[in-house]
Design a protein around this ligand. Structure first.
Ligand code: SAM
Ligand code: DTB
Ligand code: SF4
Length: 319
């Protein structure tokens, strides 16, 4: 029997199915997740995406986790849209260091006017370096998604962040449905979808299961699924949250792998607070992508030397 037939691509997961995975003994869950992983991927390869914040701070949205929201008092210094030359320079460096995808983020509710035209030029310029391009700019309408696709954008990142129910505790300035609409616009424009969420915002196990279920029951699975551990930034409403239990975090990775077996699951924000051993367990659970480079958007990420050491210790090859 073909291994993939044991882990078919499904879009009809029930909450009970997902909770049943979470209830498995840890070793059983890890075995199943690693088996699903091996049916679709080479088990010792991890993809590297580098991030650059191209517009910092003063965001009108009130996402409770985010240091870039204008609603909260964080130490962050804001900045206008970065010049294209600087973006290209950073993309070139990321490529030299081994990244295969370059993801550009902007603290916007949605892109507008002249800035959007500049962003389209950035896509063309980064694409010309033969890097995969990704952007995360907030909500997109149909027309904007089509324009980004025509400029050569490969991926668009737009996260659901958490369950529909818990979302209301985290963001009031845009709805869950608006997020789903943006994802549909991106998909219809033939841009690959990068969509995931955050663990550690005070959500329940049911919220985690609902988030993963919603992602897996989208009409097509996102090609990339970033699972972030909350980075607690002083001045945000979530700065006093406690770090999730390590094994519970690994379980989220494993369940994401089982629900979306052919997608890249990314061990995303939060790695500076994780041991090598915890990251290794995430890879064993089926994570096969990381954010790579000294910085995420505004906060620190492990340095590339530390990641090279980790990959050497684990015999992981970067792709
Ligand atoms: N403004 C755009 C938007 O929200 O769609 C793009 C940038 S936004 C910073 C991209 C994603 O980063 C968020 O949806 C969230 O999942 C993640 N993120 C932001 N702050 C975070 C934090 N403190 N810890 C973990 N993930 C975070
Ligand atoms: C995603 O899921 N995580 C990245 C990326 N997509 C854009 C962002 C993480 C941000 C962490 C907080 C910061 O550095 O500002
Ligand atoms: Fe703005 Fe994005 Fe941060 Fe929300 S997550 S406050 S939309 S930058």
């Amino acid at each position: 029997m073909n291994q993939q037939d044991l882990f078919p691509i499904r879009h009809d997961w029930t909450l009970e199915d997902v909770l049943d995975f979470f209830k498995l003994p840890f070793n059983e869950l890890m075995f199943q997740a690693q088996s699903a992983h091996r049916a679709y991927f080479s088990p010792n390869q991890v993809q590297l995406s580098s991030l650059l914040n191209i517009k910092t701070g003063r965001c009108p949205e009130d996402c409770a986790y985010c240091p870039q929201s204008a609603h909260f008092n964080t130490a962050l210094e804001s900045d206008t849209l970065m010049a294209q030359e600087k973006v290209v320079e950073m993309a070139r460096k990321a490529k030299e260091n081994g990244a295969t995808r370059f993801c550009m983020g902007a603290a916007w509710r949605s892109p507008k006017g002249k800035d959007f035209i500049k962003v389209l030029d950035m896509v063309r310029a980064v694409k010309a370096l033969e890097l995969e391009t990704c952007m995360t700019l907030g909500m997109l309408d149909n027309e904007q998604a089509n324009q980004l696709q025509a400029a050569g954008l490969d991926y668009y990142n737009h996260n659901l962040d958490t369950s529909a129910a818990y979302y209301e505790e985290i963001i009031t300035t845009r709805t869950y449905q608006e997020r789903l609409d943006t994802l549909e616009n991106v998909r219809t424009a033939n841009i690959k979808v990068c969509c995931g969420g955050i663990i550690g915002m005070g959500e329940s196990l049911k919220d985690r299961a609902e988030l993963l279920k919603t992602l897996a029951n989208l009409p097509e699975h996102p090609e990339s699924v970033p699972i972030n551990q909350l980075v607690r930034v002083e001045g945000t409403p979530l700065d006093k949250q406690s770090i999730p239990d390590s094994f519970d975090f690994v379980r989220c990775m494993a369940v994401a792998r089982l629900l979306m077996p052919a997608s890249f699951v990314r061990l995303s924000a939060g790695r500076t607070e994780m041991s090598d051993e915890l990251q290794a367990l995430c890879f064993l659970a089926g994570a096969n992508s990381i954010f790579y480079g000294e910085k995420l958007l505004t906060t620190d990420n492990p340095g590339i030397d530390r990641d090279h050491q980790l990959f050497n210790r684990l015999g992981i090859q970067s792709i």
